[in-house]
Design a protein around this ligand. Structure first.
Ligand SMILES: Cc1ncc(COP(=O)(O)O)c(C=O)c1O
Length: 366
C-alpha cells in the first residue's frame, strides 16, 4: 500500500491492534476468569444513570482512596485509562525524539510499541537464562539518552520477579537523568513485589510505579489503572493527559473493588492454586515450565511458538505465542485449564530443554 505523503512513513512498520479472536477458551490476555462482583455491577449500574455527564477528570475519590491505602500523598497518585496508557504518558512526559527507553526482553509488548509510536529511541536488554531481568547489564546499557528504565515486575511473559532489595539498589544506582518505571500489573499475584514501598522508603524521587485494575481486580474491560510517582513526575503526567479519559463507570467500579478487597484476594488465591496445579501438570508431561509470579505460565521450550499456538487454537484454546521466545498461557478457570492441558499434551512437535538467550531470534538486543 502506498503511504500518503501526509502520514508518518515510519508508522508503516508498526503493528495495528488485532481484532479479538472469538476462541471458546481465552487464555491469551492474562484476564481473570471471574465476572465482576455483584457490588461492582451495582456500582456500574449507578454510573450508567449519570452517563450524560462527563466524569471527574481528576478521578479525585479514587486517587484519594488509593493514596490512603498505599500511604502516599493523594497528589502522587495519577489515575488513567489503563496502565499501558499511563506508560505512554510517562514516555511523553520524559522523552524527546533524541531520548530513549530501556527495558528487558522478552517483556510486555507495549514497551517497544509505545516507543516507536511516539518516535523515541528504545533499547532492549535480553533477560538472563532464567527469564529474569539482568539488572547489571541494564545499568551498563544506560546512555546519556536514556530517560526511562522499565522493569516489568513480575515480568510478562516469563513470570520472573526482581526482589525488592534489588529494585531499591537499582533505583539508587541509576544516574539522575533516568526515571525507573516499575510496571506492577501482576503484583497482586506476588505480594512481596512492592515498588511503592521502595518509593516511600527514603522518599525516592526517581521511581514511578504502574498498577492496574485490569488483572487481579478483573476490570480489564473498563480501562482503569494508576501511577504512583513523586510530586514532580505526577504533575508532569497530569500535563500530558487528556481530561475525561477514565469513565465514571471505571472510577466507581474501581472504588467498589477496593471495598471488596477480601473477596478479590480469595479469587487471586484460587488463580495462584490453579497456576501451581497447571505448572505441575505441564512439568509432569515433560513440558518445562518455570515458576511464575503472575496469573500466567511461560513455556520457553516450545521450538515453534506459532505452531504450538495454532495447535491450541485448533482445539479452541487461544494462547499467546511470542515468536522465537516461547508461549504464554493465562491461568483460567479449571475447565479452561484442562482444555489447555489436553491441547498441550497432544502437540505433536518436540520440546527442548532450554529457552536460552542464544536461541532467541525475534527481539535481539539493539
Ligand atoms: C506488564 C503489563 N503491564 C500493563 C498491562 C496493561 O494493563 P492495562 O489494562 O492497565 O492497560 C499489561 C496487560 O497485559 C501487562 O501485561
Amino acid at each position: 500500500m502506498t503511504v500518503p505523503a501526509f502520514l508518518r512513513a515510519d508508522l508503516s512498520a508498526s503493528p495495528q491492534a488485532r481484532p479479538a479472536e472469538p476462541a471458546p477458551v481465552r487464555l491469551a490476555h492474562n484476564e481473570l476468569p471471574f465476572p465482576p462482583l455483584p457490588s461492582v455491577v451495582a456500582a456500574l449500574r449507578q454510573a450508567l444513570t449519570d452517563a450524560h455527564r462527563y466524569p471527574d477528570p481528576a478521578a479525585t475519590r479514587l486517587g484519594r482512596r488509593l493514596g490512603e491505602l498505599l500511604g502516599v500523598p493523594e497528589s502522587d497518585v495519577v489515575v488513567g485509562p489503563g496502565s499501558a496508557v499511563l506508560l505512554q504518558h510517562l514516555v511523553q512526559a520524559t522523552c524527546t525524539p533524541a531520548d530513549a527507553v530501556l527495558f528487558g526482553w522478552p517483556s510486555f509488548e507495549a514497551y517497544p510499541f509505545v516507543a516507536d509510536v511516539l518516535g523515541v529511541g528504545r533499547r532492549a536488554v535480553a533477560l538472563d537464562a532464567t527469564g529474569g531481568h539482568d539488572l547489571d547489564r541494564m545499568l551498563d546499557a544506560v546512555t546519556p539518552a536514556t530517560r526511562l528504565l522499565i522493569i516489568c515486575n513480575p515480568n510478562n511473559p516469563t513470570g520472573a520477579v526482581v526482589a525488592r532489595q534489588r529494585i531499591a539498589e537499582l533505583v539508587d544506582a541509576v544516574p539522575d537523568h533516568v526515571l525507573v518505571v516499575l510496571d506492577e500489573a501482576y503484583r497482586e499475584f506476588s505480594p512481596a513485589v512492592d515498588g511503592v514501598a521502595v518509593l516511600r522508603a527514603a522518599r525516592r524521587a526517581n521511581v514511578a510505579v504502574l498498577r492496574t485494575f485490569s488483572k487481579a481486580y478483573g476490570l480489564a474491560g473498563l480501562r482503569v489503572g494508576y501511577c504512583i510517582a513523586p510530586g514532580p513526575v505526577a504533575a508532569a503526567l497530569r500535563k500530558v493527559t487528556l481530561p475525561f479519559t477514565v469513565t465514571a463507570a471505571a472510577q466507581l467500579a474501581a472504588l467498589a473493588s477496593l471495598d471488596a478487597g477480601d473477596e478479590l484476594a480469595g479469587r487471586v488465591r484460587e488463580v495462584v492454586t490453579e497456576r501451581e496445579r497447571v505448572r505441575a501438570a505441564l512439568e509432569s508431561m515433560g513440558r518445562p515450565c518455570p515458576p511464575s509470579h503472575g496469573n500466567f505460565l511461560w513455556l520457553p521450550s516450545v521450538p515453534d511458538a506459532d505452531a504450538f499456538a495454532a495447535h491450541c487454537a485448533s482445539a479452541g484454546v487461544h494462547v499467546r505465542a511470542v515468536p522465537g521466545e516461547g508461549v504464554r498461557v493465562t491461568v483460567g478457570g479449571v475447565g479452561d485449564n484442562e482444555a489447555f492441558l489436553r491441547a498441550a499434551a497432544s502437540f505433536p512437535g518436540g520440546w527442548h530443554r532450554s529457552g536460552a538467550a542464544s536461541d532467541r531470534t525475534a527481539w535481539r538486543e539493539d
